[in-house]
Design a protein around this ligand. Structure first.
Ligand code: IPE
Ligand code: IPE
Ligand code: MG
Length: 248
């Protein structure tokens, strides 16, 4: 029997893959380790999956790294996650430059510690002219907060008289999301086995194909990633139409 990666059609890949990287804490706790070691191990998976996506020629990879709700975790875990984020960004800049990866982020950047903001901005600037994979990190990100921010921007334009409420369209709202300019995710993967969105890409994921695996993020491999892509390729995306309409 051939492995799923053999069946992967490299010519019909999703343009945008988004991942809810969940299960780090449980992975560690199952091994009698502290949760932070699960996050540390999760960083290794991030490196592997970014490389895999870049090699396949996927255009956009959005990774949910920290939610607006994750600030409610114990202070020690939050600060541990922030320092892992900082060292990840510092260590990976050369790989991003070597592999033509362009870094972006979405979320309330100003809430991040200043030293994280600094290295994040610096890496975003240094990779700005790269034309390969767009690596979009969701940091202090929440879908509701993103949509509220877009609504506030549009309301300000209306109040200033530069926009009429009747001119507000889906496209215009989209231009005011953090994801402006990116295609919607075609495939949304969640590791760790929970069947929920946890405030991720609420607007953008309206027609994303969902793939949920029980595998915890630190155990997720390149082969698992290829399997998710293969299963995505077997789906029929109808976008409201009938299956017969698509065959024509
Ligand atoms: C995901 O793993 C990483 C973040 C949310 C930052 P978790 O830390 O949520 O792991 P579980 O769900 O507790 O196992
Ligand atoms: C979602 O995971 C957020 C990230 C992966 C960054 P959570 O572990 O925070 O989600 P819930 O709380 O179980 O819904
Ligand atoms: Mg979790």
């Amino acid at each position: 029997m051939s492995s799923p990666s053999n069946q992967l059609d490299r010519h019909s890949l999703p343009a945008h893959v988004a991942i809810i990287m969940d299960g780090n804490g449980r992975w560690a706790q199952n091994r009698g380790m502290i949760r932070l070691l699960g996050h540390k191990s999760g960083v290794k998976t991030v490196k592997k999956i970014v490389t895999a996506a870049s090699e396949l020629g996927i255009k956009v990879l959005t990774l949910y790294a920290f939610s607006t709700e994750n600030w409610k975790r114990p202070e020690q875990e939050v600060s541990g996650l922030m320092s892992l984020l900082k060292s990840y960004l510092e260590n990976e800049l050369s790989t991003m430059l070597d592999n033509n990866i362009k870094l972006r982020c979405m979320g309330r950047k100003k809430q991040l510690p200043e030293e994280v903001q600094h290295v994040l901005n610096s890496s975003i600037n240094k990779t700005a002219n790269n034309t390969g994979l767009v690596l979009n990190l969701a940091l202090s990100y929440g879908g509701r907060s993103e949509i509220t921010r877009a609504a506030r921007n549009l309301a300000k334009m209306c109040a200033a008289g530069t926009l009429h409420p009747d001119e507000i369209t889906e496209d215009l709202l989209e231009e005011n999301l953090y994801s402006a300019g990116l295609p919607d995710p075609d495939l949304l993967i969640r590791t760790g086995g929970e069947y929920r969105l946890s405030n991720f890409l609420l607007w953008q994921a309206s027609y994303a194909e969902l793939y949920i695996t029980e595998t915890n993020w630190p155990d997720f491999t390149q082969e698992d990633f290829h399997r998710a892509l293969t299963i995505y390729q077997e789906r029929q995306r109808r976008f409201g139409k009938t299956g017969d309409q698509l065959k024509k």
